[in-house]
Ligand binder design. Sequence first.
Ligand code: RIB
Ligand code: CA
Length: 313
Amino acid sequence: MTTPRKIIIDTDPGQDDAVAILLALASPELEVLGITAVAGNVPLSLTQRNARMICELAGRGDVRVFAGCDGPMVRRLITAEHVHGKSGLDGADLPEPEMPLADRHAVDFLIDTLRAETPGTVTLCVLGPLTNIATAFTRAPDIASRLEGIVLMGGAYFEVGNITPAAEFNIHVDPEAAEIVFRAGVPLVVMPLDVTHKALTDRSKVEAFRAMGTKAGAAVAGWTDFFERYDKQKYGQEGAPLHDPCVIAYLLQPGLFTGRHVNVEIETRGEYTLGMTVADWWGVSGRPANAMFMGGIDREGFFALLTDRIGRL
Ligand code: RIB
Ligand code: CA
C-alpha cells in the first residue's frame, strides 16, 4: 500500500462534520495528524468536545484534538443550533469524551506541524469557518507555501446561500478569514453547496447505516435523520445534504466530483451579500483562477464509498 496521505481536519462538529471525520478515520489511505476545532455550528467548548466524542466513537482516542479560535477574526460569532441542535451532535447519544484535549492551541499546532513536516505533504481539510487557518497564515505566513493544498467545504454560487440569500454558513461566519485563505495562493478545492446539496441521503441510504448494527452506523443514521429535518422543512425535499463528507471523499476518490478552476473572491463589505463566494464561472473578470470549484457528484458512488468505510468501524 502506498504511504498514507497526511491530513489535518479543521472542524466545527456538526453532524456532517462527524460523518466526515468518521470517513477519514476509517480510511487507511489517510493519516490524520490532528483535528483542530473551531467555533461555528456551536461554540468552541462544544466543537472540541464533539470532536473528541467522534474520535472515541471510531475507537481512535489516540487522535490529537486541539481547541482553536472561539470566534471569527473581527466579527461576533454566529452559530447554527437551529440546524444542528443545542449540542451540535443531536440525533445520537454518545458518552462524554474521556480522551484529553491536547494542551496546545490549534493555531500553534497548525504552525508547528506545517513547519515540521516535509513541504508539500500535508493537506488541510477544512469543514467549518476558516478562522483557525487564516489566523495561522497571519501569524506564520511561511506555512501557506508548505501545504500540499486545502480542500474545504464552503461557499455557494449557482445554489445561492443557506444562512443568507447570498452566503453559505462557513464563509459567512468569518468572511475576512475566508478572504485571507482564498488569496493565500494555496491550491484550493472547494466543495460549495452547488455540489453538497446533491450529496443527499434518502431512506434506503440512512437505513443502510442503521442496518450495520454498529455504534458508528447507528450514530450516522441518527445524525442524518436529525440533520434532514431542517433541510426537509426549508427546501421541501427528502434527504440530508452531507456537506463535509464531500471533502474527505474527494481525497479518497476525486473522480466522484466535477468542477471548474475559476477565480473566487469573498464579499467582505456587502450589506446583503456579506460572505458570498463570487465565482467568476465565465472568466469575465480577468482575475486569476484560485479555486477548483465543484458542482457535480456521482451520488451513488459517493454513498457506496461512505457506506463501505463507515461499515468498517
Ligand atoms: O453550510 C454547511 C456547512 O456549515 C457545513 O460545514 C456544516 O457543518 C456547517 O459548518
Ligand atoms: Ca462543518
